[in-house]
Design a protein around this ligand. Sequence first.
Ligand code: ZN
Length: 260
Amino acid sequence: MLMMALTSASLQTAAQQTSQWVVEETRGSLKLYSEFSVDVPGIWKVLDRVTEELDSTVGLSGSDESVEVILFSSHAHYVNYLAATIPQAKNRRAIFFRNGGVSQIYAWRSRTLMTDLRHEMVHVRIHQQLQFCPLWLDEGLAEYFEEDEQQRRDSSRRDSVKWKARFGITPSIRTLEALPSADAMTADSYRDSWAWVSFLINDSRQSRNLLQQYLNLIYRGEAPGAFSQFAEAENPGLISRANSYFRKMSFVVTFDSSEQ
Ligand SMILES: [Zn+2]
């Protein structure tokens, strides 16, 4: 869940410790190291799908920069390997680490491994393309794309957001924008970030375009400021329509071309 961007080169590359890997596979700019046997084509497919969805949904394209996926057979191995360099990893199911032009995803064998890989891959693509990304948006996109469409529909967080919206409770985007660091994020912050990203992607063509525009400005090296202010300037009233979206929380793959 945690994203790290350190400049120190202190973390060894997986390639320097070849003996422990049962799987070592390369495909294009992606490298996979694993302590246990894994469904390699399945992992490539999952990572490709995330990249495709980010491109087609929010206009964030892929990259040829190196990505290393490093998988451990147990939580203990994962913690031990990262103890000296990323001690915070201990409390996370997986972690994303960016070192120069190389992005690394560390995770361990668990029932949620594929979801964790999808989540961290979203962070990889965001940080390959953007100089910065507001925390709520970074985590909201990762939470959104870690699930496929059916999982999104069936999720307990969808029910929770809908239920609150019926009582007029809308998660505050300004509260999310004020979060100082990942350490300050609670489970509710992740859920609310997910809800706001769901709104922007699915409410209307305009809301999705607005998110794309915002990401594109950052991509071009501009500083568009807080999203809530940007939205108010570009599309007044959009933010205040969120509650009616949260009451239904529908998910749309593409908007019909005839729709405004
Ligand atoms: Zn995350």
